[in-house]
Design a binder for this molecule. Sequence first.
Ligand SMILES: Cc1ncc(COP(=O)(O)O)c(C=O)c1O
Length: 395
Amino acid sequence: MKTSARVNQIKPAATRQITDISNAMKAKGIKAISLAMGEPDFPTPEAGIEYAIKAMQEGHTHYTPTQGIVELRKEISTYYKERFNLDFNLNQITTGTGAKLLIYEALGVLVDPGDEVIVIKPAWVSYVEQIRLLNGVPVFVDTRKNNFQPDIRDIYNAITDKTVAVIVNSPNNPTGALYQDEFWIDLCRLAMEKDFVIINDEVYERLCYERAYVNPLQLCPEAANHIITINGVSKSYAMTGWRIGFAVGCENLISKMIKLQGHLTSGSSSIAQWASVGVLREAQDKVEAMKDEYLERRNFVLSKLAEMPYIKTSKPEGAFYLLPDISGCYGLKCDGKEIIDDVSFCALLLEKSAVALVPGNAFLCDDHIRISYAASIEELSNAMDKMKSFLMGLA
Ligand SMILES: Cc1ncc(COP(=O)(O)O)c(C=O)c1O
């Protein structure tokens, strides 16, 4: 049977090996502590549950408009006004089944076969595969030399006449870096000059610890026709399972995303949309409380990592990830097995100490490991103790 070259070219997740080991351990009754998931461990705020139940009881259980119910788009409009003083009318807003789908739709609107999309790496796992699914070409700009901050000159040098978009994700998964205002201003100007679109994935914008996230349109309002902003309820409101994302931008691009979505999913779940109305209206204080806890956890893990040999970690300003460099362990052995890269580090840590982390390789960042601190202090403390013993035992 023939299957499409388009799908066959997609790489399986680099986390596969770790998941396989974890499953084998589970089968043997060994429970690993996982700091691998990019998922809040908090419950969905009560307002979300209440609105969902009420929606079901009141019969809001049918198809919705593709772009989402008016009530949700109004809440999103109010949110952008109150939080960033930005104006989006209801035709400049669409909602969908998670930010992930909306990023794919934004790419779908922009990318023809052979078109280039600049990806700032380290990068979240799905950007590259989504670009490839559309037969586009990812072009990489590396931030490692610059403490994970992108340099506008690298973007400039990566632009060709085939460039249609740049994907930006700040605060970043997996680095936690929060990009500088100067970078945003330069990028917006470049987008206008060279006529490409910035896909601004700001799903972690509520989770910034040292300084507030600034939306690029606050810095450069004249770039409004060149930015599609993607956000959602998954990370800020601990609602990953509800699958609601949203996109705001100029009507021309948003209407095309809606047209595309009309043939993919239609609208998203009516009940989840109502739950999202609930949290946007009534759970802002809960978001702040979760953020305070993430900050405490980040500082806790940073202090533990500072006590460990062989690894180097920089302090991230946002999201809930840390990305230590573990190349100092290369050549060392655990029970006779040598650490040769980030994948072997994670595999050995899991086998030996039952702690699951993601190799940086999954995010186009060899030599690093991603630690998610979206877990309780107790779990983090356990995992850090085990990791320290693992490192101390290397020879
Ligand atoms: C950077 C980034 N963008 C988008 C998403 C997707 O979010 P959603 O759950 O809304 O699809 C994730 C989820 O891990 C992410 O880390």
